[in-house]
Design a protein around this ligand. Structure first.
Ligand SMILES: Cc1ncc(COP(=O)(O)O)c(C=O)c1O
Length: 385
């Protein structure tokens, strides 16, 4: 993380890749126009590719990376995806399904048998269609997000990859919540990994960016081609900010995760909290899988607030408006603690109305805790602790 993507060592040369603000380049060399990439995005791609164990292609946003992967599917494509996958990904898939370009099944990704049954049903037959081995998603695509968003369910990634491949499906993993610090899905056999680098890779809530990574050369070529065709290329400032963020990624993940583990324990015992979803708690359904597959449970904790005199949604909203240190805002993976009632987002109405998702930051643990504790007590009418 500290050293990948540095310029070559030469006397007087820069230690960091310089931002190049030029849309076009003098002719006579391979690089001719910035829509095919620029020096900082080359550096970022070499860093993320190195961290995930593949070759990376940077995009303007995370959803552009998702769209590029989906765009490579044949028509009609067949996609099995978690019912609580990122709502933007679900919205994209259902838009394409409504126009006849995809057939989509929503499943509980933690239920391996149900996922593979949905793949088998969509595939129509147990084997990969013959003669299409080289085509991405010719048999179908399994889209995995683990831990899921926002219920933090953990999928059995190795079992899903083996089962899906056996049914002729390719596997895409959105690794935004885990980051390569905690999980490397390509090494578990996934065909392609995507990131909203807007989140933990950038880490400072100041840039939108996406990345797709694969170790299959034809997929990498397909992703680059999609990016050039669609023009979803990142700007040099954003790319530079995300590369700079990656330099401290492991420190930030370690610190925010340590905060999250302790906050989850305290929230579990808090009188204003009904339920905590966090695979770092031993009683969580995802705890054992997380321990077997991941280097840690991550920095996002979701919890359901016990309704006070108001309804569940209003009580949870009162918590988000009562915090002073944490920020009531969407997104995750930044240095600052963010908290949000997910049910307020269009497409997330199926979630418990009192569910709050908290992306834990790197602030002092006791500062975050006294803020949350105070807001929870005020919202539910409990006396100050
Ligand atoms: C898991 C996940 N994947 C993809 C995205 C889309 O990323 P972006 O906002 O960078 O387009 C998000 C954004 O919230 C996300 O949480």
């Amino acid at each position: 993380m500290v050293h990948l993507g540095r310029p070559p060592v030469e006397p007087g040369g820069p230690v960091n890749p310089p931002v190049v603000l030029s849309s076009t380049y003098h002719q006579g060399a391979a690089r001719i126009y910035a829509r095919e990439g620029d020096p900082v995005s080359d550096a970022l791609e070499s860093a993320v590719g190195g961290l995930e164990g593949g070759e990376a292609v940077a995009f303007a946003t995370g959803i552009a990376a998702v769209a590029a992967v989906v765009e490579m599917l044949p028509v009609p494509g067949r996609v099995v995806v978690g019912a609580d996958a990122y709502n933007g990904t679900r919205a994209l898939l259902s838009d394409l399904a409504s126009r006849g370009r995809l057939r989509v099944r929503l499943v509980d990704l933690a239920d391996t048998a149900a996922v593979l049954a949905a793949c088998a049903e969509l595939a129509g037959s147990p084997g990969r269609p013959s003669g299409q081995e080289a085509d991405f998603g010719a048999g179908g695509l399994l889209w995995v997000e683990s831990p899921s968003n926002p219920l933090l369910a953990v999928a059995d990634l190795p079992a899903l990859v083996a089962g899906a491949h056996g049914l002729g499906f390719d596997v895409a993993a959105d690794n935004t919540f885990s980051t390569p610090v905690l999980s490397q899905p390509l090494l578990a056999g996934a065909d392609v990994v995507v990131h909203s680098a807007t989140k933990a890779l950038g880490g400072h809530s100041d840039a939108l960016l996406g990345v797709a990574v694969s170790s299959r050369p034809e997929l990498v070529a397909g992703l680059r081609r999609r990016r050039t065709l669609h023009g979803a290329v990142p700007g040099p400032w954003e790319t530079w900010l995300v590369l700079r963020g990656i330099r401290t990624l492991s420190l930030r993940v370690e610190r925010s995760q340590a905060n999250a583990v302790e906050l989850a324990r305290r929230l579990r015992d808090h009188p204003a909290v009904e339920r905590v979803h966090y695979p770092g708690l031993p009683e969580d359904p995802g705890y054992e899988r997380m321990g077997a597959q991941m280097a840690g449970p991550g920095f996002v904790v979701s919890f359901v607030v016990r309704p006070g005199a108001l309804g569940a949604a209003e009580t949870a909203e009162a918590v988000t408006s009562g915090v002073r240190l944490a920020t009531a805002a969407t997104s995750l993976g930044g240095v600052e603690t963010l908290i949000e009632r997910r049910g307020r987002i269009p497409g997330e109405e199926h979630l418990p109305p009192g569910l709050l998702r908290c992306s834990v930051g790197i602030e002092g643990l006791e500062d975050i805790w006294s803020d949350l504790d105070h807001a929870l007590r005020a919202a539910t009418g409990l006396p100050r602790g």
